[in-house]
Ligand binder design. Structure first.
Ligand code: DMJ
Length: 640
């Protein structure tokens, strides 16, 4: 899915002139003349290009129409409903229109003046000798390098570290549970050690071919995704040598100035989430610094007419675009809606409100949108601000958007009531339109497509059992109902595992007549070491202490050990209904970040990462609750 990286017009480089001594002295005068000629040619081409761009490219000042900024968020002057034929499209009227024209005129004049100045400077340059020009270039180079160094060294402001409770411990009293926990730790070591030997520095591992692996979500980069994703699991398991090894690699090798197009969502949840969690757990500054450096590289993705980010961004050029397969050039709800937790922490730790503003802007924009049946469609076009296809799901494409509404509230120490309300409203609509009971009595979450309910549930949607349980507290009189709903989803997902030959769940399963919780199409029968079902077991265990959840988790662990373990690590399987399955030869980074972490927590005491102090991001990276009311973070709702 990768395409050749595009360069912005302004980023295109002109090949440097050869200013070294010419080989034949008697040609010197001629050469100088031709150099001047080339320089003039380039200059005139550049000026023509700038004017062309100014008149023919989409007017960037128009983008301001959508850029609500924080002030606009606080004083909403854009009315989505008035004068807009299409819901979600913002138009400018009255005084705004006048202001907009004035702004355009001001910009035009500025560009004209800049061009004249550039021309004058160029003329001056041509009068200078070759040595003078060379010296100037050299000085400029040194300046840029120094600026970069100072930027890298710039210390981040000290901030009060939140209350970090339960980063160690959780030792189970029961001997049997302790042994199970030890087994999970051994599985983690097997996965890590093999990655260390065969895939070190690559994003993921091919455990059968015993070499590195990557997918298009990381572009062409080799950013050690498994290292970053696994760090906090290593830490809580007490695998400190391995943790330090990973830390050293990050310090010496992790560089984000790569010409590579990556998924903003995946990089956020795995890298920023992983680095932030590693920072909070270990207190090692390097993780915070790397997270802040990477976050800066993601910011250009938000340069769209609406402020809804592109799905992908080139880390070097900052050019963004969307997935080719997404409806109507849209960005994906579960991608642009899964940034809040990490971005709030980034603003907190860097003291820069820009991250907070970006995610609050997305939230405000979504609040203004019309929602068919109260449901959020999965696709939103970042240019027009219009929904794409009316497809709503709690599984892939939608899932973690709902999760982050709830977790924004939890992470704010339950003060972000706006997020809680959005979550409550969304879940109410989902329950009304998407959640049904099968003939055999299994509760499932279907998918809403253009007014029709598809009775199919994805493995990804199984995370919702845990989400409902986590959100129960705060649902007032419906708390019992949501805990029960969470338990029903856990049961359904367990059935999807139990009805297979391997006791591992398929990618998606159907409820159609006699078919219940079973995959029908061959292409949906695989299991790629995903965590969602085990994640739900863990949340249900924490809230109910019903031993069935530990039992179900152990069944899954044994099945993974039996069918997915190979000598070079762990691999996904292609068909969970076949007793002799083929391996897919991929050890996903989320297996170490999530699946093994949730299993380990399932067999640990509740004092390890207690849920009233930590909120897990969607990649299972724990971030501490932020009592923002006590801080001076600009953009902090409490300060506003
Ligand atoms: C993980 O990367 C995250 O949990 C994400 O939210 C969705 N799916 C994968 C694992 O299945």
């Amino acid at each position: 899915m990768t395409t050749p990286a595009l360069l912005p017009l302004s980023g295109r480089r002109i090949p440097p002139l050869n200013l070294g001594p010419p080989s034949f002295p008697h040609h010197r005068a001629t050469l100088r003349l031709s150099e001047k000629f080339i320089l003039l040619l380039i200059l005139s081409a550049f000026i023509t290009l700038c004017f062309g761009a100014f008149f023919f490219l989409p007017d960037s000042s128009k983008h301001k129409r959508f850029d609500l900024g924080l002030q606009d968020v606080l004083i909403p002057h854009v009315d989505a409903s008035k004068g807009a034929k299409n819901p979600g499209v913002f138009l400018i009227h009255g005084p705004d229109e006048h202001r907009h024209r004035e702004e355009e005129e001001r910009l035009r004049n500025k560009i004209r003046a800049d061009h004249e100045k550039a021309l004058e400077e160029a003329k001056e340059k041509l009068k200078k000798s070759r040595e003078e020009i060379r010296a100037e270039i050299q000085t400029e180079k040194i300046k840029v390098v120094q600026e970069m160094k100072t930027k890298e060294k710039k210390p981040l402001p000290p901030v009060p570290i939140p209350n970090l409770i339960g980063i160690n411990g959780g030792d189970p009293e029961d001997n049997d549970i302790r042994k199970k926990r030890e087994k999970i730790k051994e599985m983690m070591k097997h996965a890590w050690d093999n990655y260390r030997i065969y895939g070190w520095g690559h994003n993921e591992l091919r455990p059968i071919a015993k070499k590195g692996h990557s997918t298009n979500i990381f572009g062409s980069s080799q950013m050690g995704a498994t290292i970053v994703d696994a760090l906090d699991t290593l830490y809580i398991m007490g695998l400190h040598d391995e943790f330090r090894d990973g830390q050293k690699w990050i310090k010496d090798n992790l560089d984000f100035s790569v010409n590579s197009e990556v998924s903003v969502f995946e990089v956020n949840i795995r890298f920023i989430g992983g680095l932030l969690a590693a920072y909070y757990l270990s207190g090692e500054e390097i993780f915070k610094i790397k997270a802040a450096q990477l976050a800066e590289k993601l910011l250009p993705a938000f340069n769209t007419p609406t402020g809804i980010p592109w799905a992908m961004v080139n880390l070097k050029s900052g050019v963004g675009r969307n997935w080719g397969w997404a409806s109507a050039g849209s960005s994906i709800l579960a991608e642009f809606g899964t940034l809040h937790m990490e971005f709030v922490h980034l603003s907190y730790l860097t003291g820069d409100p820009v991250y907070y503003k970006k995610v609050m802007h997305i939230r405000k924009l979504l609040q203004k949108m019309d929602r068919p049946n109260g449901l959020y469609p999965n696709y939103l076009n970042p240019r027009t601000g219009r929904w794409g296809q009316y497809h709503t799901s709690v599984g892939g494409l939608g899932d973690s958007f709902y999760e982050y509404l709830l977790k924004a509230w939890l992470m704010s120490d339950k003060t972000d009531q706006e997020a809680r309300k959005m979550y409550d409203d969304a879940i109410e609509a989902i329950e009304k339109h998407l959640i049904k009971k099968s003939r055999g009595g299994l509760t499932f979450i279907g998918e809403w497509k253009n007014g029709h309910l598809e009775k199919k549930m994805g493995h990804l949607a199984c995370f919702a059992g845990g989400m409902f349980a986590l959100g129960a507290d705060g649902s007032k009189d419906k708390a019992g109902h949501y805990l029960e709903l969470g338990a029903e989803i856990a049961r359904t997902c367990h059935e999807s595992y139990d009805r297979t030959a391997l006791k591992l769940g398929p990618e998606s399963f159907k409820f159609d007549g006699a078919v219940e919780a079973v995959a029908v199409r061959q292409a949906e029968k695989y299991y790629i070491l995903r965590p969602e079902v085990i994640e739900t077991y863990w949340y249900l265990w924490r809230f109910t202490h019903d031993p069935r959840y530990r039992q179900w988790g152990w069944e899954a662990a044994l099945a993974i050990e039996k069918y997915c373990r190979v000598s070079g690590g762990f691999s996904g399987v292609k068909d969970v209904y076949s007793s002799t399955p083929a391996h897919d030869d991929v050890q996903q980074s989320f297996f170490l970040a999530e699946t093994l972490k949730y299993l380990y927590l399932l067999f640990s005491g509740d004092d390890l990462l207690p849920l009233d102090h930590w909120v897990f991001n969607t990649e299972a990276h724990p971030l501490p609750v932020l009592h923002l009311a006590n801080t001076t973070l600009s953009g902090n709702p409490a300060v506003r």
